[in-house]
Design a protein around this ligand. Structure first.
Ligand code: NAP
Length: 314
């Protein structure tokens, strides 16, 4: 494989055969973002493409918001298989799709685009990637869990909440600093929770504020706690959850994966609870994108090794 540039631009995309003339195999997959230099997706997808014997490589494309529509159209012109989309493009991409799958439509965000017969088809692999990550980490399906999402008002929290609702989880509690956002999401998801499944006094679907008393009132009736806030990425961030609230029966999933042992994971382990970071979600969303592009199983272990190696000092 000849080495690609770390980041390509929209101008490069418009003249793709020239700007990638030295690349072998040809670049037919990408991730669009602004910024994009930090993305680990090429380190995950290129080993997968190699392992699967697919004659294509995956590159980073710096696409600014006002370039998104044209950049997506270029994918057709330049014979791409597809692309991933990251911040800030996931919601804005919807209007540029020719077709969109149900999960992406409900979430209102596309992170995977397939180019097929000169059409752009939008998918969301974050949400099903989360479901697979929970199964891998804790050997349990979302439908069997009572789930608390902290940060349910953000993009990631919304994706996870929609997946949990579509999988008909036992209970869903949406907590957010800006409570209005959690309430609006709960209203939207209420049709999924019409039938009574859990015996006892707790409602199957609730929106709560992010204060200690409101959280404490939930803890006996929750199995899985998801941190979908960005808290934990920076040293000195406030805690996403007070330690005293964590019980040994809880599964804690921190969507943050850098650092690998987040403060929340340390808190969970000290409380005797099982915990995992967001790397498995990153891996499984990538595997599901691969499946959308190639309609075949992804070489998961090659992807896992690629993403793990990306954290090794260079
Ligand atoms: P986002 O849309 O900006 O949402 C941020 C969320 O965090 C909102 O709910 C926000 O609450 C909350 N928040 C921010 N600062 C807070 C504070 N000081 N106290 C309490 N709540 C606070 O971000 P996002 O795209 O959803 O990403 C959220 C996290 O998920 C990031 O760490 C991201 O890296 C991670 N993520 C991981 C994966 C994965 O594959 N593992 C995938 C996607 C995202 P308000 O609504 O009140 O502002």
């Amino acid at each position: 494989m000849s080495t690609s540039k770390d980041v390509y631009t929209f101008a490069d995309l418009c003249d793709w055969s020239q700007s990638t003339r030295d690349l072998q195999p040809p670049a037919k997959l990408s991730v669009f973002g602004d910024p994009i230099a930090h993305s680990r997706s090429p380190q995950m997808h290129n080993p997968a493409l190699l392992a699967a014997g697919i004659d294509a490589q995956y590159v980073r494309l710096h696409v600014q918001p006002d370039q998104l529509g044209d950049a997506l159209q270029q994918l057709k012109e330049q014979n791409f298989t597809g692309t991933n989309l990251t911040i800030p493009h996931k919601a804005a991409a919807i209007e540029h799709m020719d077709d969109i799958d149900e999960t992406a439509r409900r979430i209102g965000a596309v992170n995977t685009v397939l180019v097929e017969d000169q059409k752009l088809i939008g998918f969301n692999s974050d949400a099903p990637g989360f479901a697979r990550a929970i199964r891998e980490e804790f050997s349990v399906d979302l439908r069997d869990l009572r789930i608390l999402i902290i940060g349910a008002g953000g993009g990631a929290g919304r994706a996870v909440a929609v997946q949990a609702a579509m999988d008909r989880c036992e209970r869903l509690v949406l907590a957010n600093r800006t409570t209005d956002k959690a309430e609006a999401l709960a209203a939207e998801l209420s049709p999924f929770f019409k039938e009574d499944r859990v015996s006892g006094p707790m409602a199957r679907l609730e929106a709560i504020s992010l204060d200690e008393a409101a959280l404490e009132a939930q803890m006996d009736n929750i199995d899985l706690i998801v941190n979908a806030t960005s808290l934990g990425m920076k040293r000195g961030d406030p805690e996403a959850l007070p330690s005293a609230l964590i019980q040994p029966h809880h599964f804690i999933y921190d969507m943050v994966y850098s650092p690998a042992r987040t403060h929340l994971i340390a808190q969970a382990e000290n409380a005797g609870a099982r915990a995992a970071n967001g790397l498995s979600m990153l891996l499984h969303q990538g595997a599901i994108s691969f499946e959308y592009w190639f309609n075949r199983e992804a070489p998961l272990e090659a992807m896992r090794k690629g993403i793990q190696d990306s954290f090794l000092p260079s």
